[in-house]
Design a protein around this ligand. Structure first.
Ligand SMILES: O=C[C@H](O)COP(=O)(O)O
Length: 256
């Protein structure tokens, strides 16, 4: 049985006050919630503050981050290494988000390098995959997702996916309010799992596949009722403690 993981990607949002209010609010909302791993990925600037607040929280909140570099140290201005993330207690690291692929020209191969580097340092990659609207309309969704996963499998072997998280995020559903239907998302998640199973059924069975793209408290339960949807990567709704906790509670309830 896969343990659900609900992660909030705060993207480029935050201030000291907001981080403090959101984490304190989330901690209060999570009282009594069991059976789901809850993670947050604040902007790197706020990891220190988030680590301090999480250490004082009554409920377990996993600290994550939104990106990592492929270098350990040196002349790489603006970049952040796995050891730096570990230094602040961040364990679940988002890589390959479509916003990084698009605005920073990150290729499948570059994202796969990040994946390997995180694993090497004992961190959990949250590998984002997903198709554009045009690719969706052209019926290329599964092929695009398979190609993005194969960049990891072909360089590191399918076992590299053990302990990692895949986040299926159709790009057209991100921040648009135009979420994939639960049935469509399930169909793609099953296809992604089947693709991994071609290499290893054991790995396919255990790998967490989150759905992301306009997940809200109102539609979350429908996703989590699907057998191959093991959690969510949440953007906008993760910026509100009550909404984000409601999504986490829906996952805990559905996967009991
Ligand atoms: O990483 C999170 C996703 O991009 C989803 O964002 P959203 O929930 O605002 O659509």
């Amino acid at each position: 049985m896969r343990h659900p993981v609900v992660m909030g990607n705060w993207k480029l949002n935050g201030s000291k006050e907001m981080v403090s209010d959101l984490l304190k609010g989330l901690d209060a909302e999570l009282n009594g919630v069991e059976g789901v791993d809850v993670a947050v990925a604040p902007p790197a600037m706020y990891l220190d503050l988030a680590e301090q607040l999480i250490s004082k929280a009554s409920n377990k909140i996993i600290l994550g981050a939104q990106n990592v570099d492929v270098n350990a140290s040196g002349a790489f201005t603006g970049d952040i290494s796995p050891e730096m993330l570990k230094d602040f207690g961040a364990s679940h690291i988002i890589i390959g988000h479509s916003e990084r692929r698009e605005y920073h020209n990150e290729s499948d191969e570059f994202v796969a390098k990040k994946f390997a580097f995180l694993k090497e340092h004992g961190l959990t990659p949250v590998l984002c995959i997903g198709e554009s609207e045009a690719q969706n309309e052209a019926g290329e969704t599964v092929a695009v997702c398979a190609r993005q996963i194969d960049a990891v499998i072909n360089t590191q072997g399918v076992e590299a996916l053990n302990g990692a998280i895949i986040a299926y995020e159709p790009i057209w559903a991100i921040g648009t309010g135009k979420a994939a239907t639960a049935d469509d998302a399930q169909r793609i998640h099953a296809a992604i799992r089947a693709h991994i199973a071609e290499k290893s059924e054991d790995v396919a069975k255990q790998v967490i596949i989150q759905y992301g793209g306009s997940v809200k408290p109102e539609n979350a339960a429908a996703y989590f009722a699907q057998p191959d949807i093991d959690g969510a990567l949440v953007g906008g709704a993760a910026l509100n403690a009550e909404s984000f906790a409601a999504i986490a509670k829906a996952a805990a309830e559905a996967k009991k």
